[in-house]
Design a protein around this ligand. Structure first.
Ligand SMILES: Cc1cc2nc3c(=O)[nH]c(=O)nc-3n(C[C@H](O)[C@H](O)[C@H](O)COP(=O)(O)OP(=O)(O)OC[C@H]3O[C@@H](n4cnc5c(N)ncnc54)[C@H](O)[C@@H]3O)c2cc1C
Length: 342
């Protein structure tokens, strides 16, 4: 995915970007950090018991009616459930820490608001000897107003700093979170009546899922006139077995009365041929076949690994700006106004 750890682009994200650039360099710093002692006390490694983690919780500093998720302050979350999503990705469900014993009120009854499309920074210690910590952004897949818990689908990158550690987490282990940080906002009425296409590769589906989940819900609630006319998710994965969140996406499509359509692209030949599964890559010819043509003025969001971004829309710039449109979409006649790179 090209969503490397620079900034979170998009409308109204200047602050988030500045925050991220600032904190990425600080929080990923190592041994000589002045925060070293703090980490020793507050960030148990995966495997430490929940009880000891809880006793050292950062939430000690939180009081009263503080929200469970804040853009200004790290809050502590406990892993309650984890399961395999594919051979390289896991699903994680976290709950905010509640530490009534210390007189702390954590607003577990207050729903967590993660407006589409936003990410949350996860922070955890990645090396005990040096007390090094790492911070990376992830897109929660729980609905905008969840019951207070947050779920993620996270791929493990061999040799990566944080994702292998997250994959070692067991129920009861803790991480810290900050957010949400907005990446893209579709304002009310924006794109009303247009086709909205989301081209996702691998875990690039997580921000797309936030948006389609929100739009399908709003349409069900009767907001039709102010919404896009139709949603098309083009979702690329290595193989049919590797398709992430397939059940969730298909359940959403089924509940949408035809509003959300899905086209899968898989690198390896599909196990079961189906009209909406194409064997291959997201090429210019493929997009020409499945996308509404530029004359129909669709709006296209793209989020995927670097190779896919390069081929489909061109990458974002190093400082996470949109950059020039290139690749298949440009060749097919779509303009910059049609495309948003997440
Ligand atoms: C806004 C945003 C939202 C994100 N949401 C999610 C999400 O919901 N789920 C998820 O799994 N990831 C998501 N990511 C990616 C995530 O933030 C990390 O980049 C990823 O987990 C790798 O972190 P790491 O510390 O393990 O690897 P790092 O130590 O940062 O990188 C090590 C190596 O791993 C490889 N690598 C790292 N990241 C990627 C990548 N994205 N694509 C291809 N190769 C890579 C590269 O070879 C890299 O050199 C998101 C990124 C951004 C910017």
């Amino acid at each position: 995915m090209s969503r490397s750890r620079a900034l979170i682009g998009g409308a109204g994200t200047g602050l988030a970007a500045a925050w991220w650039l600032h904190h990425a360099s600080h929080d990923a710093s190592t041994a000589s950090s002045p925060h070293r002692e703090r980490w020793r006390r507050w960030l148990p490694l995966p495997g430490l018991s929940w009880a000891s983690a809880q006793a050292q919780s950062l939430n000690r500093r939180l009081g009263g009616d503080k929200t469970v998720l804040s853009v200004n302050e790290w809050t502590t979350w406990k892993l309650v459930q984890t399961s395999m999503e594919s051979t390289t990705a896991r699903r994680f469900l976290f709950e905010p820490v509640q530490d009534a014993a210390e007189g702390i009120t954590v607003a577990t009854s207050t729903p967590v608001e993660v407006p589409p499309i936003s990410c949350v920074m996860l922070r955890a210690r990645v090396d005990e000897a040096s007390d090094e910590v790492a911070v990376r952004p992830y897109n929660p897949i729980t609905p905008r107003f969840s019951d207070g818990s947050l779920a993620f689908v996270i791929r493990e990158y061999a040799g990566g700093k944080l994702s292998p550690r997250l994959h070692e987490l067991r129920p009861g282990d803790i991480v810290e979170m900050k957010g949400p940080f907005e990446q893209y906002r579709m304002t009310a009425g924006e794109h009303a009546g247009r086709d909205v296409v989301l081209i996702a590769g691998g875990t690039g589906v997580t921000p797309c899922y936030q948006l389609i989940q929100d739009l399908v819900r709003r349409r069900r609630e009767g907001d039709e006139r102010r919404l896009p006319a139709r949603l098309l998710l083009v979702f690329a994965n290595n193989s049919e077995l590797e398709i992430l969140m397939r059940q969730d996406i298909e359940a959403l499509a089924e509940s949408s009365d035809g509003y959300l359509q899905i086209q899968y692209v898989v690198k390896e030949a599909p196990l079961v041929p189906a009209p909406n599964i194409t064997h291959g890559l997201v090429t210019r010819e493929y997009l020409q076949r499945v996308l509404p043509p530029p004359e129909r003025d669709p709006f296209v969001l793209v989020c995927g690994p670097p190779g896919m971004m390069e081929a489909v829309s061109g990458p974002k710039t190093k400082d996470r700006k949109q950059g020039e449109l290139s690749g298949a979409l440009k060749a097919l006649g779509y303009r910059e106004a049609h495309v948003w790179k997440l």
